[in-house]
Design a protein around this ligand. Structure first.
Ligand code: ADP
Ligand code: MG
Length: 384
């Protein structure tokens, strides 16, 4: 810009197009107008505003690029357990084999006592008593399957059919609706517990809102059984449901969906450590923060603090709003500057107009960027 201004000051007088002082004045106007402050300040400020506004609502966004990617959401993938049905699963059925109900719950609660999985928490809550940690030996959490633990010297398994099959335990197949946790002690089947996932009506509303905001496909990837997943998928009106998946299967399905998408982005929403690989692979990974496991939060780009799925459409709306503000600022700054530059070259613009095109436009762009902070309640405080 400095070179252009210098050329403007030197060449026209050489070709007898006017006096040197006149062209020096025009060159100075050119220099003032061409200062890029408005763009340099307003672009990051819009992002800061968007990120700040989101964090007020409990949506933590790690960077400006994530906000931009979020605004182009095309495919949205959800994990089931811990993400779609809201928290506080309930233990609804206890079916022991060769033992008392209370014994089965105690065994399950002890095995699950170190897990942060929502299923584990619901079992411990249902047990409701202090757990004697001295009775528990090794505990191993097997993602997508369950828990293997040593309790009172016995090898206890608590998990789904897949876990039972892995240890060759003949389990009782049941058609109960909900997540089934089979228990085995020293290789002998001990019964099962049924955990019900209740879906709050606002989750359905939030998913419908996402569709209205331009999300073309909603998908559920889950490690749970097909029957339970299909029921939830149908209730929520999801486009695709894939069940019985291990963490690696989730990545494979996400890759396939990557290939299917057109120009938009792929967003993954999950809570568990088995979601971490896909959270990292997705264009934007969103973790349920309040109860989500550390690995998921670490791998995610966005964290929802309240585990409220209703925050998702708010996050998308906010990202779109921020990008719109950004575009307004760029177009406004560039067009005012281009106009004043042309007027300046032809000697029509004076220095005051040049100062307006620089500082004035910067101030207006910053004021506009501040709208992304969402002090205006109309955008974020819509209730679902
Ligand atoms: P989702 O993919 O739906 O979030 P997860 O991958 O967390 O589900 O778990 C898949 C399945 O693995 C669960 O439906 C459950 O059957 C079993 N599972 C995982 N963790 C546990 C656990 N701590 N106790 C019992 N079962 C578990
Ligand atoms: Mg989960």
């Amino acid at each position: 810009m400095l070179i252009s201004a210098l050329l403007l000051a030197v060449f026209p007088p050489l070709f007898h197009l006017g006096g040197f002082s006149e062209w020096l004045h025009r060159a100075l106007i050119f220099l003032v107008v061409s200062c890029p402050c408005a763009l340099v300040l307003s672009v990051p400020l819009s992002f800061f505003g968007g990120i700040g506004g989101a964090s007020r609502k409990g949506i933590l966004i790690k960077g400006g690029n994530d906000l931009e990617t979020l605004s182009k959401a095309e495919i949205m993938i959800f994990d089931k357990t811990g993400t779609l049905p809201q928290r506080r699963f309930l233990l609804t059925e206890v079916c022991p084999e060769n033992m008392e109900k209370s014994q089965l719950i105690e065994l399950a609660a002890m095995a699950e006592s170190y897990s942060h999985h929502p299923i584990a928490e619901s079992i411990c809550r249902a047990f409701g008593k202090e757990i004697d940690q001295s009775r528990i030996g090794d505990i191993q959490e097997i993602p997508g399957k369950g828990i293997a633990a040593t309790i009172d010297g016995k090898h206890i398994l608590a998990g789904n059919q897949r876990l039972m099959e892995e240890y060759r335990i003949s389990y009782h197949a049941t058609s109960a609706i909900g997540t089934i946790v089979h228990i085995a002690a020293d290789g002998v089947y001990a019964g099962y517990l049924v955990i019900s996932d209740r879906i709050k009506p606002e989750v359905k509303e939030a998913l419908a809102e996402l569709k209205r905001l331009g999300v073309k496909k909603t998908v559920m990837l889950s490690g749970d059984t097909p029957a339970t997943c299909r029921a939830i998928g149908k209730e929520l009106g999801l486009d695709l449901v894939f069940a019985g998946l291990l963490p690696t299967d989730k990545v494979a399905h996400a890759e396939e969906l990557f290939r299917q998408k057109s120009r938009g982005t792929l967003i993954y929403v999950g809570d568990g450590m088995n979601d971490a690989p896909v959270l990292a692979r997705a264009d934007v990974g969103i973790a349920m923060g309040a109860m989500g496991q550390d690995a998921a939060i670490e791998a995610a780009d966005v964290v929802l603090m309240d585990d409220k799925l209703t925050l998702l459409p708010q996050a998308i709306r906010l990202s779109k709003k921020t990008m719109a503000i950004l575009r307004q600022n760029i177009i406004f700054a560039l067009s005012v500057k281009a106009l004043v530059l042309i007027l300046g070259v032809f000697g029509i613009a004076n220095m005051w107009l040049a100062v307006f095109a620089d500082v004035g436009v910067t101030v207006l762009a910053i004021l506009n960027a501040m709208r992304a902070l969402q002090k205006n309640p109309e955008i974020l405080s819509r209730t679902y």
